[in-house]
Write a protein of this length. Sequence first.
Length: 125
Amino acid sequence: MFFGYDMEKFLLLLVVAAVLLGPERLPRYAEKLAQFTKRARAWAGEARTRVKDEMGEDFDAVEWQKLDPRQYDPRRIIRDALLDDAPVPVVQAAAVGAAAAATSPAPVTTAFDPDAAVPFDSEAT
């Protein structure tokens, strides 16, 4: 995977770039891309060295894989946070209630009765 593209799309992109740039300009742009890549690697290496110098021995102790944002799934994070805060009996009761609702037949619906007492809150907006 190159820059978020699979191999076929990346090769097609290279062919289109070669056709648009032409044989005269293509080597010059390829050389500029190689120089930029080398400079970017050098900058990243220097930044890593500076961070390592400033953090000292703690730099190696950091578990970098845990800090990778690509591993986090927002749905899992929210679910875990909600389950951590809820008391265990409530969670178990909710799980049992959900399982019972899934296995029980559909409730019998009744027609609307306009004369039935409907709760009313005069202070509600």
